[in-house]
Design a protein around this ligand. Structure first.
Ligand code: MG
Length: 362
């Protein structure tokens, strides 16, 4: 089974996220873009993947269209490990993290979708079988920066059934507003996106947020690939530390684990090498006795692939669901109910992209 055709589709949607003004704003996002990658085999099976992401989608698309796709045509779609290794070696000197890696990640996801369809099995079955039919979800709130908005959206997430909530806030009044509007047993995760420059600053932040049922502090210090400072924050901070969404491959996760930097590994399926990368990081985390809770603030095939991974994972961990409403969601069926997401049973990823989203794509 050979790769016969590859095309890229930019799914664009307006979105709301519970802030004044309604649309856009956070991280300067004017819309919520998804780079969907369509792979067709010579046997006629079509699989879909997703490469990271947001305002980088056009760049990843260029890497896919101009660099990766021409080389991947004719390669074996059934030998995912062999094909992906050959492509990684072919392009390694163009960067082992970034747009090329994100394009390769999207291709890997599509090949797993194809593998499921070829076998007549859902992706989770290829990953060892479902350990659960409902995967818990956590609400990943965008950054509001205002206590009143954080309070309102935290309460909204709780009302929608979420029992785990992540903030992207740094200010203590915003964090406290979330704590005051969620039941005490609902843990908060604090993603500060490498906000602090020094270890003492990161440690002081961790100390300041203690006593609020904090599940983890995410990416406490800059830069994300410098594991020594992250480990130092973990040692002195007194709270669990999570990181990994900005790592480009399994080797970097191994180095992060060896440094003792984190309690929670966060591979991102659209960045770390697709489903293959996710599985490898999950196995690594298990060997080190660490949690593996993927990064998945997406709406397309990357989110769906992560859902299957978590359905098959030995330990139940929550799926990151970005707390935003899209006007044209790639998968309208993929809606958390009561804080859980049901896994689809159809072969491969289990859902097809919405006709409306594809029709509006460029
Ligand atoms: Mg993060």
């Amino acid at each position: 089974m050979k790769i016969a055709r590859i095309s890229t589709h930019m799914l664009r949607s307006s979105f709301t996220y519970g802030a004044e003004g309604g649309v856009g704003g956070n991280l300067h996002l004017r819309g919520m873009d998804t780079l969907a990658i369509r792979v067709e085999t010579d046997s006629g099976i079509v699989g879909w993947g997703e490469g990271f992401g947001f305002t980088l989608c056009e760049t990843t698309r260029f890497a896919m269209d101009k660099l990766v796709a021409p080389v991947a045509l004719g390669m074996d779609a059934a030998d995912i490990a062999g094909t992906m290794k050959a492509l990684a070696r072919r392009f390694h000197n163009f960067g082992r993290n970034g747009a090329v890696t994100f394009a390769l990640s999207g291709l890997d996801i599509a090949l797993w979708d194809i593998a499921g369809k070829a076998a007549g099995k859902p992706l989770y079955a290829l990953l060892g079988g479902a350990q659960r039919q409902l995967v818990p979800a956590y609400a990943s709130l965008l950054r509001y920066g205002e206590p009143a908005l954080v309070a309102r959206n935290t309460a909204d997430a709780v009302a929608k059934g979420y029992r785990h909530i992540k903030l992207h806030e740094v200010k203590l009044d915003c964090i406290q507003a979330a704590r005051d509007n969620a039941p005490a047993e609902v843990p908060l995760m604090l993603d500060i996106n490498c906000f602090w420059d020094t270890v003492p600053q990161g440690v002081a932040f961790c100390h300041a947020v203690q006593g609020r049922n904090i599940w983890w502090v995410e990416e406490p210090v800059w830069p994300p690939e410098s594991f020594g400072p992250i480990a130092a924050v973990r040692q002195a901070g007194g709270v669990a530390i999570a990181a990994g969404e900005n790592l480009g491959g399994v080797a970097e996760f191994a180095a992060m684990a060896a440094a003792g930097a984190v309690d929670v590994m966060q591979p991102s399926v659209t960045k770390v090498g697709g489903v293959s990368g996710l599985v490898a990081v999950g196995q690594l985390a298990r060997r080190h006795g660490l949690r593996c809770v993927p990064h998945s603030p997406y709406f397309g095939p990357g989110l769906l692939a992560t859902l299957h991974y978590l359905a098959a994972a030995e330990v139940a961990e929550p799926l990151e669901v970005y707390f935003a409403e899209l006007a044209t969601p790639p998968y309208p069926q993929l809606v958390p109910q009561g804080g859980f997401v049901a896994i689809p049973d159809a072969p491969g990823l289990g859902f097809e992209l919405s006709e409306a989203a594809l029709a509006a794509a460029d």
